[in-house]
Design a protein. Sequence first.
Length: 376
Amino acid sequence: MRGSIRRRGNCWQIQVYTGAKPDGKPGRYFESVRSSRKSDAQKRLSELLVTLEKGVPIPSGRLTLAELLQTWLEGYVKTNCAPHTQECYKMIAELHLTPALGQIQLKQLNAQAIQRYYGKACAKLSPRTVHKHHRLLSQALKYAVRQGYLGRNPCDLVDPPSWRPATMRTLTPSEVVVLMDAVKDNVFYPVIYMALSSGLRQAELLGLRWRDIDLDMLSISVSRVLYKRRGVTQFREPKTSYSRRRVAMTPKLALFLREYRAERESLCWRLGKPPTLDDLVFASPDGRPLDPSQLSHEFTAMAKRAGLDGCHFHTLRHSFASLMFLRGASPKIISAALGHSSVGFTMTVYAHIISGQEAEAMALLDGVLPAGILRK
């Protein structure tokens, strides 16, 4: 017999035989299921037995949430997430989840304890921030279920804090004119102009080399990104396969890049450094990568001085998408240009822009359909 169930007080105790221990004695795993129904315990026993049959070892009953989070961060997150995501997850785990819930044994972690944590956290943090905590905890516990550490994810039984995302800031055609006039003499003008003209993310723009740009075929290849974390600049592959893509460019952008490239090559020769295809498109005069933080801060300050409050560098990407929608571009084309995982995701992100086009669409339809006639 591989396992058994017996009643103990107000719960059911499960015992599973896990094989012989190094000293030859039988290994056993115990777990309690708090329920009035024996069927719940039988279901959990079946899950544990299936886990053993798959060759996944059942962890010690004393495994805590803190230990799980550490295992998840060092294993899954470190090998599957971008550096920025790794740092954010680590900060949330170390500063919030571990101090509040880390001492709880994994098998004893329940929805009530998690819900209480959300309630206390919302007294100090915004609902949006606590919702991020919920997403991280849910992913970590989902990992625990896959590894056979848990039978089910207790986060599935919890109601996370609700929050309403802020309205996305985009630039109107007239605001684009104001912005570009305000930044025309700034050293960051080239990267700002290309961001607005291509919809590329900041990290994608700063990782571009001249070999990634085909001015004859009017295309841009996104094959790497630039991150700066804790003062260290790193070039990495894009986070997803959708981000690795080829993007078309406008003739105006191609013409601008030809002139800009000629200027950069002239500068290289003056500095005694022959230009190469591996040179960064956007770099400091000596060829070093631009500082992402400096670029972001400078852009926000310039936009504010121009009277465009609420604008950040990422606003340029949103504005690109908005202008494409307003000009009637296909959602599929826009989604591919932005590097989104699906057209549905793009439609969700820019739903408010699409809804604003209803009046214009109805006006176009009105011009096509004939007037209605009632028979007398």
